[in-house]
Write a protein that binds this ligand. Sequence first.
Ligand code: SAH
Ligand code: SF4
Ligand code: F3S
Length: 481
Amino acid sequence: MYQEIDLDRIDINVEPPIEEPDRQYYFMARCRQWVQAFERKNGRRPRACIQTFGCQMNARDSEKLLGILERIGFEETEDEHGDFVLYNTCTVRENANLRVYGRLGYLNTLKKKNPSMLIALCGCMMQEQEVIDKIKKSYRFVDIIFGTHNIFKLAELLYDRLEQKAMVVDVWESTDRIVEELPTERKYPFKSGVNIMFGCNNFCSYCIVPYVRGRERSRNPEDIAEEIRRLAADGVVEVMLLGQNVNSYGKNLENPISFAQLLKLVSEVEGIERIRFMTSHPKDLSDELIEAMRTLPKVCPHLHLPLQSGSSKILKDMNRRYTKEQYLMLVDKIRQAVPDISLTTDIIVGFPGETEEDFEETLDVVRTVGFDSAFTFIYSKRTGTQAARMENQVPEDVVKERFDRLLGEVQQISARVCARHLHTVQKVLAEEPDSHGPGYLTGRLGNNTIVHFPGDTSLIGTIVDVYLEESKGFYYMGRQV
Ligand code: SAH
Ligand code: SF4
Ligand code: F3S
């Protein structure tokens, strides 16, 4: 399986190999020559900065991109005054998109001061032709553009750019391949995301993800287990299994396997203490999965179960394929199996045709379920989706008013629900120094709630018992016992 490939042993005077990942290691070796020349000239290594927008998939992709850059010899820098700046973009809502254009303007001023700076764009936004056209026309200073299907090619694209000295654009419409065995650089030493599948087949009518991430593809369970064994050997205690709809994992593999079976496999990896996953689509949540959550102690008592709307009519128009009643029944079933589970959700306000009554149905579900937290979004029209062609878009002021009402409700409920473990001792994974003050750490309960407590940084990455002294609504203050 995975092996560290020694770049020094690659012959770069021959033609590049055709096979992946060998081809990329060859280009990493070639780019490294450029880095070494840079170092001789400037007396320092070139600095690379990656800014990530969007979801956990993008965050994980960025770790892979950084892994490649570090192998080439770049030094990571947090700010954008780097020699290579890469934006990994998101386009799920229009404001994600607008933020990138805003930041590009700023990058242009930096590049004017440092003309040898390289600017690259990748991620979901780049899968849209209109975006590419706009950048080619109005943002000529961008050096490299690639999409979501070929992030593994970063070294090759960088090499092309260094050779041709012109904008390199390489965006694939789709792919059926998954390139394994490339380096990654994790943000946290003790926890990691792990892709279990890519893409989405659901085509919820408001959503652009299936268009920019392509069709659903599951990784082989053996590759996933092997990656997790390696992570565990490297000090990782918590993994987050990532997919747009993890509940349909494995259905299209040559040897089909269910997500629940995958959880069992991952549970067997020694050293892994917590297993999380995102995201579950309610329509595919099986009894087998509920049973796995009940019986596998490493699987955290947290389920992110996007509701989107509480109105069965709107859900139908959203193409979500469940009703309000089915969602509520599912919640009951899960709570019976795992009574203390924490439930979180995503909700969209202002989907075309949403009436006051529809919105009231959403509020009703929010009150009935009592979510630990809910991400609330204002509906954003995405070009190419079914909903973008729907008439009766809801006026902006109506949406804003509903959004504020929903947010108020969600916050009030969440403050009450999150406090239910007050005055108990819970297992907390210590994650980072806390901004509350020196000597404090921030950690998370199994159900994902945040806890701040006094503690030494040497505890980071370990699971400790913490007494929850005070509830602050969305987080606790505690002390180690
Ligand atoms: N695959 C996940 C969601 C990925 S996108 C799932 O199905 O649950 C994350 C969230 O963004 C969605 O759950 C949805 O609430 C929100 N979202 C997606 N498209 C949107 C749009 N066009 N406008 C507003 N919110 C949207
Ligand atoms: Fe988008 Fe629906 Fe797929 Fe989630 S399941 S990514 S909301 S199309
Ligand atoms: Fe955004 Fe792409 Fe994720 S559109 S939410 S970064 S899959």
